[in-house]
Design a protein. Sequence first.
Length: 642
Amino acid sequence: MNALKYTTKYTFNNTEQLGILVERAMCDIVKIPFNTKRKYDSLPSDIVNDISETVGPVLKKMKLQHVGNLNMTYDFVNSENNTTVSVKTLMKGNRICPQNIGQCSLNSLSLKLGENFDKIETFKNYFMENKMDMLTNYLVNCFCCDMTIIYKFDKGIVYIIRRQQDGDIKFTKELFLSTSKLLCDWNESNTLYINELNEKRLSIGELQIHKNRNCVKFRFNVDTLVEMIRSGCIENLSVDVYNLKTKYSFTVEKNMKEKEKNMKEKEKNTKEKNTKKKLCFQSFNYLGSKMKLLDFIKDTVCDYANKSSYKEVTSFADICSGTGVVSFDVLKGGCNKILTNDIQNYAYVVSSVWSKNGMDIQKLKKIVDGLNDELSKVQEIDLPNVENLDTSSYFIYSNYTEAGPDYRLYLTKMNGYKTDYIRKRINDLRCDLNDKEYHLLLKLLLYAVSSVSNIASVYGAYLKKYKKVALKSIVLNWSLVEFLVDDDVEHECYNSNISDLLNSKDFSDYEVVYMDPPYVANRSYHDNYHLLETISRYDNPKIKGKTGLRELVDTKSKFCSKRDAFEEFKVVLSKIRSRYIFISYSSESVVSKSNMMELLENTGWNNVKCYEKQYQRFKSNKNSDEKQPKDIIEYIFCGTRI
């Protein structure tokens, strides 16, 4: 064999880029599709040829399918025998990270190991007293796939490590382990040594705990692992070593690294700048959403009611709350008594929890982390066949993904299955949760679903091909909860028709009533958000048509009817007895501006005014009628009872 030589140095944007390009090279070698959302070029041809001539024959014997875009613990699947393949790439050095527990927060590590690491010192003590158990855990997670391919380019070596059978991966004997630092000296990094392998003291890995970040990292020394596998010190693993023709010297582009650093800093500054304006939950595309009109609403309320801020508003009732963006903005502004109401169940759920008060946050955090961990372990091979499935148990998977007979592409099969999985788990936990805790978990699920839904804007129809965001894996985003207010809030929430609510409540105990009723004749919330309604209720409804609309449930508002809207407003406005009334409306509404002002006066409201703002009209998709005006006039009608 020819002696290895160093090539000309190759420069990459970052270490991640090299790993992605290696996966692409493997796909090209075995002639399969390369699935990724990242836009990188190819590896230099001499590196691809080197890989092809060295490990290409091994790869070609397998029927590989690339799944790197799914963000799973594996990068390829061997479709012939349903085995999994993980690819690890090293520019230089020997360290590789185990899956799942190799790099995670202290709380996540606690959940995954079934321990309670309440602080860093607790974990350090545990590690020093249980080094062998921790090392075994890291080993099992490092080789959780059936095959691990490690490219060690600076030495011109490729390791292919295989699981031998279905048994456990473990050390064949108790090892004598030591660390580079004692507990009293351990600050951030600590190296773990084996003192008896072939009468040598070898570094097996390094544990690093960051001071300024909630992160615990462990990295194995690859060469030590290989020596342990060869010597029989690790059970149920075998290793094959392949020598590339060349040793490769890779560097990270300094200018690019600096550029990325500057970009991240810019994004951070922009994020911090917008934090004051940002809501706890970014509202999904919602018909008539007032997200961009919050300042206009606040300025109108404060000007008309002669308030300096929402803090001076004693109580605020949002009786058509939708996703609750207005009521939460009022709450953030300092008003601690609010009411939300919406006839749609999903909207009621979403707007029902805005304060951490009254919930066991730590318990909920563990539940969310646990669910996300369970979801991360679901693989394509775990998905059931609808023909052999009780569809009532997996209603979303069976009816709103390509797995079902009607082939509705609202969600990918994986995300549809995971949606059912989470929803059922939330139901299972119901007896251990109070109403707020239950609604918060549902709320996180609804926003998680909306973030990966394959729709243009609303659920009246799905797209014929999956868009990029729909291919992401569904995750419950706990960080949203961190922005809930900590105040002791008086919050009433209802899931009722406004007229029915007014039969029992006249709002005389509220200073402000705010209404944002649907005001366009063709906007039907129960059709446009039917999937979210079904997930929130999880009632296995009868469905109809190509898009799977809910049958027998008609919650279409009279406010949307040209025939009924005027009379409905008349009844509602006559019954409300709050000090102030504010109604969001627009120039494209069913009831005209002059008729609305007349209605307010005729139903006992005084000092009637209309504030106006030019606003870009809502388009549910890019093919909306171009003849419609681009802008509309947003109205807020105001009145007071003396």
